[in-house]
Design a protein around this ligand. Structure first.
Ligand SMILES: Cc1cc2nc3c(=O)[nH]c(=O)nc-3n(C[C@H](O)[C@H](O)[C@H](O)COP(=O)(O)OP(=O)(O)OC[C@H]3O[C@@H](n4cnc5c(N)ncnc54)[C@H](O)[C@@H]3O)c2cc1C
Length: 203
C-alpha cells in the first residue's frame, strides 16, 4: 500500500520503519515537501477487516507512531496505490535454461530496497554470460552455470539478509504500548532510542 503524504515537521533526512501486526510501514521524504508512506501486510489482514481504512484503524493505528501519521497527515492520493501477489520466496536465476533477471530471479524485500539496481546489475551479468556463449567461448551449460554463480555471488547474501530482517516485523508485541522490553530492544537495534532519532527509527 502506498500513499504520498504531507506531514509538516517530519525530518527530511529520516527513514522511519514502523511495525504492526502482520506487517510494517516505512516513511521517508521525497520531492517537494512530500513524504512517501508505504506498508506491507498480508491479504488475510485486509480480509479480516474488510476495507483498507478499517484495517488501518484496527491494526496499524495500534502503533502510536502510525496512529500519529494516519491521524495528522494530509493524504495526497484520493486512494492508496495497491499492489498484491508479492512473493519473497527464493527463485532461481536460471529457470528451464532461461537466464532470469530482476524480480523474475528474486524479489528483494522492500526493507532492503534496491530492486531497480539489482535488475540493472542482473541484466549486465546476463549480458556478459550471453556474450561468452554467443561468441563461442563457452557452452550453453557453461553460460548457465556461470550466470547462476555470478548472480548468487552478487545478490544471494542480501536476499537472505532481507528475508531474515523482514521476519523481525509483523508481530504485535513490538508495536503496541506495553510492548515493553521488546520494543526497546527493537529501537536499540535500529540505533535509535527516541522517535525521529537519526539515522533510522523502528517502532
Ligand atoms: C510498491 C513497490 C515499491 C518499490 N520501491 C522501490 C524503490 O523505491 N527502489 C527500488 O530500487 N525498487 C523498488 N521496488 C522494486 C522495483 O520496482 C523492482 O525490483 C524492479 O522494478 C524490478 O525490475 P524488473 O525489470 O525485474 O521488473 P519490472 O520493473 O516489474 O518490469 C517487468 C515488466 O514486464 C512487463 N511484463 C510482465 N509480464 C509480461 C508479459 N507476459 N509480456 C510482456 N510484458 C510483461 C511488466 O508489465 C513490466 O513492465 C518497488 C517495488 C514495489 C512493488
Amino acid at each position: 500500500m502506498k500513499y504520498h503524504l504531507r506531514l509538516p515537521g517530519f525530518p527530511r533526512d529520516l527513514i522511519a520503519l514502523h511495525n504492526f501486526a502482520d506487517g510494517y510501514a516505512g516513511i521517508s521524504a521525497i520531492e517537494e515537501d512530500k513524504l512517501c508512506f508505504c506498508y506491507l501486510t498480508t491479504r488475510q489482514n485486509l480480509r479480516q477487516h474488510g476495507t483498507i481504512p478499517a484495517m488501518e484503524q484496527a491494526v496499524l493505528a495500534r502503533n502510536p507512531r502510525l496512529r500519529e501519521i494516519l491521524s495528522s497527515a494530509e493524504v495526497l492520493y484520493p486512494q492508496p496505490e495497491v499492489i498484491n501477489e508479492i512473493s519473497f520466496a527464493p527463485k532461481q536465476p536460471v529457470e528451464q535454461h532461461v537466464l532470469m533477471c530482476g524480480d523474475a530471479a528474486g524479489l528483494i524485500t522492500p526493507l532492503c530496497g534496491n530492486g531497480m539496481a539489482m535488475a540493472l546489475h542482473g541484466a549486465a551479468l546476463a549480458a556478459a554470460a550471453a556474450h561468452d556463449f554467443l561468441s563461442g567461448s563457452t557452452t550453453r551449460a557453461g553460460m548457465e552455470a556461470a550466470y547462476g554463480q555470478a548472480w548468487r555471488d552478487r545478490f544471494g547474501t542480501r536476499l537472505r539478509v532481507g528475508r531474515a530482517v523482514q521476519r523481525l516485523f509483523g508481530g504485535p508485541v513490538l508495536s503496541e504500548p506495553g510492548g515493553g522490553r521488546a520494543a526497546a530492544l527493537a529501537r536499540g537495534r535500529a540505533g535509535a532510542d527516541a522517535p525521529h532519532a537519526r539515522p533510522g527509527v523502528l517502532s
